[in-house]
Ligand binder design. Structure first.
Ligand code: CA
Length: 481
């Protein structure tokens, strides 16, 4: 079996002294994805933060490989998560908009014909869990337990309040008042469809549940896949006093609260690492850390030195912190500067699981494991796209090797050498018109694979599409303006 040979190769490369207590690296690895929500590029120590401390994440990052050019498939929540689990760009499966959080159970969600990576791993014999935010559909057929997850602890909406004494009181009051629907942000959490009256601060609750799932997984005779989708540091900005005290040096209240929320995630990651070590699963667990989109600089985040904010197709909108950590399989102390995308997770994970792509399933990313180990570009001359539907126009970003093209707010296309000019300051489109043309043409070709959205965020969006004013691709890809 190829997988086993590959692991033996990895073992010989990276494990210098065999530890008798270590998990057998030839076994299929556990896979733990830790996803933050709206975490800025600059807001973790390992990516250069000077005011936010993240010792646990930094330790993992520095003992693993840090991806400096890591992208998600969309610059905001729902579509980015849909891409992570389906391995497909949201525009090609009809899910480029967020689901509304008003509490209604609509018939919208990521189509069930799009087999999730969790389905494949579950079928391949993995114990599969999700802790945290879902945001991929409220109706029963879209529920995590119907989409390849054995265990779900969390909430279905696009965000949540953090302090149960506050949100549960609010929720109970609205129930007493007979209000309906009640927005998702204040509803009780759930465990496999059963309502839970959680007592802990949200981030702590999710960390504890993840640690518990790690412990539960250890007693099973199968590897685990755990998707830990923290709500932090997404708004509302709500942090524990004890965490706030760590950041008294930060003057701005929003930034201070945000920092404390990131720190709570870091504390939690420390607990999960402890659980992995205590159950002898640490060495053979691949930990992947990232954010679902860029930080929102209106709410305390920093994407420095990237331009733009959450929602943008500037780098700051969809280039996020990322690392891979796996003592038995990923180089330690390395930086990986080649572009990678969260679309690569699906093919990479199922490769590690020794599973194959389901029949008829199309994937937009690629298995990047070998490239990471060798430090090679996994997609020379290939494009990574980002697209955001605005009101009456479409923003685009696309990366190929060192080049990036950006079109924002109907302004002319710009071209950057993103390796030398990470902040997108120096437009090179006049110096290299052929590069710009080639990349815009590739993006236009990709856009022809897009389908009409299955739902819209607002009635205004729906009207624009129905009137034929969106996606405005003819204007978007017109280079002669
Ligand atoms: Ca988000």
């Amino acid at each position: 079996m190829i997988t086993l040979t590959f692991f033996h190769l990895l073992l010989s490369l990276f494990v210098s002294t065999p530890k008798p207590e270590a998990a057998k690296p030839a076994e299929r690895p556990n896979i733990l994805v830790i996803l933050c929500d709206d975490l800025g590029y600059a807001d973790v120590g390992f990516n250069g933060s000077t005011d936010i401390i993240t010792p646990e994440l930094d330790r993992l990052a520095h003992n693993g490989t840090i991806m400096t050019s890591a992208y998600v498939a969309h610059p905001f929540c729902g579509p980015s998560r849909a891409a992570l689990l389906t391995g497909r760009y949201p525009h090609v499966i009809g899910t480029p908009y967020n689901l509304l959080d008003d509490g209604k159970v609509t018939d919208h969600g990521v189509p069930v014909r799009e087999t999730y990576v969790s389905n494949v791993l579950q079928k391949a014999g993995y114990y599969t869990g999700i802790v945290g935010k879902w945001h991929l559909g409220f109706a029963e057929r879209f529920h995590p337990n119907q989409r390849g997850f054995d265990d779900f602890y969390g909430f279905l909406g696009g965000g949540h309040e953090y302090f149960p004494e506050q949100y549960l009181a609010q929720y109970d009051r609205q129930v007493r008042e007979g209000r309906s629907p009640i927005r998702w942000y204040i509803r009780p959490l759930e465990h496999n469809g059963r309502e839970v009256r959680e007592k802990e601060y949200l981030t702590d609750a999710l960390s504890e549940q993840a640690a518990q799932m790690v412990r539960n997984a250890a007693s099973q005779k199968k590897p685990f896949f755990l998707y830990l989708a923290y709500n932090a540091p997404h708004v509302p900005l709500q942090a524990k006093e004890e965490d706030m005290k760590k950041f008294a040096h930060i003057q701005d209240k929003d930034r201070r609260t945000y920092a404390a929320m990131v720190y709570a995630v870091d504390r939690g990651v420390g607990e999960i690492v402890e659980a992995l070590k205590a159950t002898n699963q640490y060495d053979n667990t691949l930990i992947v850390f990232l954010s679902d989109n860029g930080g929102n600089f209106d709410h305390g985040a920093s994407n420095y030195p990237l331009k733009g904010t959450k929602g943008d197709t500037w780098e700051g909108g969809y280039r996020t912190p990322m690392f891979f950590h796996w003592p038995a399989g990923v180089p330690a102390g390395k930086r990986f500067d080649h572009p990678v995308t969260a679309l690569d997770f699906y093919p990479t994970f199922i490769h590690l699981a020794g599973a194959s792509v389901p029949e008829g399933k199309v994937l937009d990313g690629k298995n990047i494991m070998e490239s990471i180990v060798r430090g090679e570009n996994p997609r020379k001359d290939e494009m990574i796209y980002a697209m955001r539907y605005r009101t009456g126009h479409t923003d685009v970003g696309a990366r190929m090797d060192d080049w990036k093209i950006t079109r924002v707010a109907n302004e002319p296309w710009q071209l950057f050498n993103i390796r030398k000019d990470i902040s997108e300051h120096h437009d090179l489109s006049r110096q290299f018109p052929e590069v710009l043309q080639k990349m815009v043409a590739a993006t236009e070709k990709w856009s022809r694979t897009h389908v009409t959205p299955l739902w819209y965020y607002s009635p205004k969006d729906a009207k624009l599409w129905q009137a034929g004013l969106m996606p405005a691709y003819k204007e978007t890809f017109n280079l002669d303006e």
